[in-house]
Write a protein of this length. Structure first.
Length: 390
């Protein structure tokens, strides 16, 4: 009986530390413990010089080592007369050097629309930089790109003329005009005017649902006509807005300017409002903004002057961000008829705070130094597509 118990105890001792996910073994998928060369030498010293047992030598170092690990270290010392670990030579060598990976990343930076297959072709054809690389898989290219913090993104389309010399000069001249008006002794106020369209079928582009099920939103079956909103904002907030069930034109713009003029005159007598101030209307270069009747209107109202934004410069117009935030407010009202849509567009303007408008105006001025330096400005506010979440 005693022999049977002893045999069982001996079997359990042999089974310890053998892994396979049982007991205190390392277990499958766990990282192997790395033992430094100094610990190797210390363990050998304890066993060979001081004559300690494998178990005692393993308990004298930190972290503690099992007697099987100590036995392996001592066995290697006696066979090969070394305590240093051999370098790891397993696995596949790197296909691309650091310089070649940098060249690959530069391809993506130079052309954000480049595909993995195009990168593959360039690598194989360019034997000057990628010398000796006769084949490379798409998965390897994708892995290198991911390791260099490059991800797939939605492409932002920028017109070729966005940063031409002509446009950058227009921005520079616009900045000079703004600074000249800021230096004037007479009080003046900048008024930004722009138009934006809306349709019944337009809703939020993203939603949530259970995995495997589409995110669905109900929309009217008939698209209907576009409704156009014209708005004027300044540091005082929304000065005037007007929505119509058709595109804006010269006649509607003149009516808008007349109503804006009346609103401003009514507010001039209020406390805190400047008396006899000059008003600078800033808007884009759409054709009816330059109509002869519009120029005549400004001639008949000497306290109002007009300043055109540079071409391809939506980042200088705070109404781009205003309409972006306003569009989300309209979405939240879920209009199903043109009458409800018209009402929702007007009421949504009331949801936008004065602090937000003032912040958007300050944000446009953040681009002034770059315009003065004639820098390339690539990505900014996307016009009217609701990318600014507020």
């Amino acid at each position: 009986m005693d022999l049977e118990v002893e045999r069982q105890e001996r079997g359990r001792a042999r089974g310890r530390g053998r892994g396979r996910g049982r007991g205190r073994g390392r277990g499958r998928g766990q990282q192997r413990q790395v033992i430094s060369d100094e610990i190797h030498a210390t363990v050998v010293h304890h066993v060979v010089v001081h004559g300690r047992t494998m178990k005692e030598a393993g308990q004298l170092v930190q972290p503690n080592l099992s007697r099987f690990t100590v036995a392996s270290i001592v066995r290697t010392f006696r066979r090969e007369n070394r305590t240093e670990r051999q370098p790891s030579i397993g696995g596949r060598r790197r296909l691309l050097t650091a310089e070649q990976e940098t060249a690959l990343v530069n391809m993506v930076i130079a052309n954000n629309a480049i595909t993995l297959r195009e990168i593959q072709t360039r690598i194989i054809e360019d034997q000057e930089i990628f010398q000796g690389t006769n084949s490379i898989s798409l998965s390897t290219i994708d892995r290198v790109i991911q390791q260099n913090h490059i991800r797939m993104k939605q492409l932002y389309r920028v017109p070729f003329e966005r940063n031409s010399d002509r446009v950058k000069e227009q921005r520079f001249q616009y900045m000079q005009t703004m600074f000249e008006m800021d230096a004037m002794a007479d009080p003046h106020e900048y008024i930004f005017i722009d138009e934006a369209g809306f349709n019944l079928t337009e809703r939020r582009k993203r939603g949530r649902n259970i995995i495997g099920h589409r995110a669905i939103i109900q929309v009217p079956g008939q698209r209907g006509g576009n409704i156009t909103m014209c708005a004027a904002i300044s540091n005082r907030g929304i000065l005037h807005r007007h929505a119509v069930l058709r595109p804006y034109n010269t006649a509607l713009l003149l009516q808008f300017l007349d109503q804006l003029h009346n609103n401003i005159l009514q507010q001039e007598g209020e406390p805190g409002q400047p008396e006899q101030a000059q008003y600078v209307v800033i808007w884009d270069n759409v054709s009816f903004h330059r109509a002869a009747l519009v120029r005549t209107w400004f001639n008949d109202h000497p306290r109002f002057r007009v300043l055109f934004l540079p071409a391809y410069s939506p980042f200088l117009n705070p109404l781009e961000e205003f309409f972006s935030a306003w569009r989300w407010r309209v979405y939240d009202r879920n209009p199903y008829t043109q009458h409800n849509l018209l009402e929702a567009m007007v009421n949504a303007c009331e949801d936008i705070s004065l602090e937000s408008i003032q912040g958007w105006i300050r944000h446009t001025r953040g681009y002034f130094p770059r315009c003065l330096a004639r820098e390339d400005i690539m990505c900014d506010v996307m016009k009217y597509y609701g990318l600014t979440l507020t």
